[in-house]
Write a protein that binds this ligand. Structure first.
Ligand code: G6P
Length: 587
């Protein structure tokens, strides 16, 4: 679970002789040392790795939190929005607080009800009825040492069913080394988990029957497979992940794609007045490419929204709209909240997710999995290219149902099918890109410029560099540069141009000349047959040619590798960059 946050970590155990918590600041490896240096004997425990929201990373603020007597422990993801009201009420009841977290309020509130009800399940249930906000939580208690109580609202929680042992986690990835049988808790549900059985209720005390799902995932998929970092492994996996995203989904004879997850909804999507795409981070960049594709080929107006803004700015959403939510994890709180908002307003909601069974995948009316396989490096790489593949598949489907001819459809399919081989070729430039990284690793700022389909690639390239190398980088539409960023250009400012041969190629060359005239250092991503740009710029990295709508899938890969090598050369933790988390399950 460490990819969710890694500023502090802790565990708590309950057994016949033991009942205690061990917490450390920093990564799980620090906690591990601390735990292994002690003798612990217990039959049940909970653990947490934190991404700070309320209160700085410290041992005191780390989870688990407990009641005063240290007999009850809780771990919690999410945010308790009414925590200050609850805290004041508890202070009036005589409770004292040691941490700055919102979670500690829950520990004392459950303790309060435990003293009234004398039953952990009921105490948690009563406490949660007073809580506003989001939670995925687990609670253990010394006097009931045979169970974990788990509850969910807004933050994911999965129960893993083992043999004479059961588990809970906030991501199935964490469970698959133990079991492939899982149960997804839904919002407003609370479960009592023993080693050999569990039962669930709603927080209003209604009984519910939960279905057991089988997770089809291989343990090898979550190891580094001999690579020094997950990020490099995931970049290198792209020929396969891209292939997997389209496997079985292209019908060449008919020149169309087949997307089982959209069956029954195709006509409604085609008839949409407009398509809105809502996402965050890298997924938002994929959405921008999607906008270009869908407008060009399917002729449906598209708007791309930051999920965090979309929810709160009172957007006009109509039942004739289709909203596509793109999320690798399927758990990003902002995206999930915007999905709930769009659903409430009656729009057709489609999920484009990687994690099977994730909240966004389950909450949407329909959707398409990207099947990229688990992505663990915090900086998203293979999920991005697979999101673009799926957006191409959706575009092809809608365009063929509108005006796109069979021949044009088949051309797109041929180009899509050739992508894995082309990606392999780009990955062969890894050594060359590593050498280029040597030349740029000490720069303090970067500008990434592209036009048309390559503009979102410029944004994504800049984001990759920022995220893992902590170098300030900005992505801009190449032509917009002259309206501001050009003032930054001098001999110390590297500019990365994505300059593949498309409809705006000549225009991009003019922009390159403008940078050159101001002595900027230029690195350009160009097509294999381009012998012009290399004469103008300091470095080129070549990528094979494909049709414009698919070019971002190829041109982003050198930028992923560049960011990776720069970060490694700067001695940084590529897989766990500071302050970030892979999946941000708080708003
Ligand atoms: C976090 C990650 C980003 C990611 C974004 C959206 O900020 O650090 O890498 O792009 O969330 O994540 P999602 O899982 O919704 O695609």
């Amino acid at each position: 679970m460490e990819y969710r946050g890694y500023d502090s970590a802790g565990i708590a155990v309950v057994g016949r002789e033991e009942c205690r918590a061990i917490k450390t600041k920093g990564k799980v490896s620090e906690l591990e040392k601390n735990v292994y240096s002690q003798n612990i004997s217990a039959n049940l425990g909970i653990g947490h790795t934190r991404w700070a929201t309320h209160g700085e990373p410290s041992v005191t603020n780390a989870h688990p939190h407990s009641n005063k007597e240290q007999t009850l422990f809780i771990i919690h993801n999410g945010i308790i929005e009414n925590y200050s009201t609850l805290k004041n009420n508890l202070i009036n009841e005589g409770y004292t607080f040691v941490s700055e977290t919102d979670t500690e309020v829950l520990a004392h509130l459950i303790d309060y009800y435990l003293k009234l009800k004398n039953n952990l399940f009921q105490a948690v249930r009563y406490a949660l009825n007073e809580v506003e906000g989001t939670y995925g939580l687990a609670v253990i208690y010394k006097e009931e040492p045979d169970k974990i109580i788990a509850a969910r609202k807004g933050s994911p929680l999965v129960i893993g069913i083992g043999k004479n042992e059961n588990f809970i986690a906030s991501d199935v990835n964490a469970l698959i080394v133990h079991t492939s049988q899982v149960v997804y808790l839904e919002d407003g549900e609370i479960a009592e988990i023993y080693k050999d059985h569990f039962h669930a209720k709603t927080i209003h005390d209604e009984e519910i029957i939960k279905e057991i799902h089988k997770v089809d995932m291989n343990v090898d998929e979550i190891t580094k497979g001999g690579y020094p970092h997950y990020m490099l492994k995931e970049i290198m996996e792209q020929p396969d992940s891209i292939f997997n995203s389209m496997r079985g989904r292209l019908l060449y004879e008919e020149g169309i794609s087949k997307l089982g997850g959209l069956q029954g909804y195709e006509d409604r999507i085609v008839r949409s007045q407009r398509i809105i795409i809502s996402a965050c981070g890298t997924s938002w960049h994929a959405g921008l490419v999607g906008e270009y594709m869908l407008e060009e080929y399917a002729g449906i107006p598209v708007e791309v929204e930051y999920a965090s803004e979309f929810r709160y700015r009172h957007p006009i959403i109509r039942p004739e709209d289709t909203v596509i939510f793109i999320s690798q994890s399927g758990e990003t709180a902002d995206t999930l909240a915007s999905l709930k908002e769009a659903k409430k307003k009656g729009a057709l909601c489609l999920g484009v997710c990687n994690v099977v069974g994730s909240s966004i995948a389950r909450e949407s009316n329909a959707g398409v999995y990207i099947h990229a396989g688990p992505e663990i490096g915090v900086a998203s790489t293979k999920a991005f290219t697979s999101q673009l593949v799926v957006l191409s598949l959706i575009t092809l489907l809608l365009a063929r149902k509108k005006n796109l001819s069979l021949i044009e459809g088949q051309n797109i399919i041929r180009e899509m099918q050739s992508l894995p081989e082309k990606v392999k070729k780009i990955l062969e430039s890894n050594d060359q890109i590593e050498k280029i990284a040597d030349e740029y690793m000490s720069c303090r700022n970067f500008l990434y410029l592209g036009r048309g389909y390559n503009f979102p690639v410029a944004l994504e390239g800049a984001l990759k560099l920022k995220e893992i190398s902590y170098i300030h980088a900005e992505g801009y539409p190449a032509a917009e540069m002259k309206h501001g960023p050009i003032a930054l250009i001098d001999e110390n400012m590297p500019v990365v141009f994505i300059a593949t041969k498309d409809a705006v190629y000549d225009k991009v060359i003019s922009n390159i000349e403008e940078v050159k005239a101001r002595k900027g250092r230029i690195l350009a991503i160009v097509n294999e047959d381009d012998d012009y740009i290399e004469k103008l710029v300091d470095h080129v990295i070549r990528v094979p040619k494909t049709i414009n709508m698919l070019q971002p899938i190829l041109s982003v890969i050198p930028l992923q590798l560049l960011a990776y090598h720069v970060a490694v050369k700067r001695g940084l933790n590529v897989d766990q960059p500071r302050n970030l988390a892979k999946s941000v399950t708080v708003e």
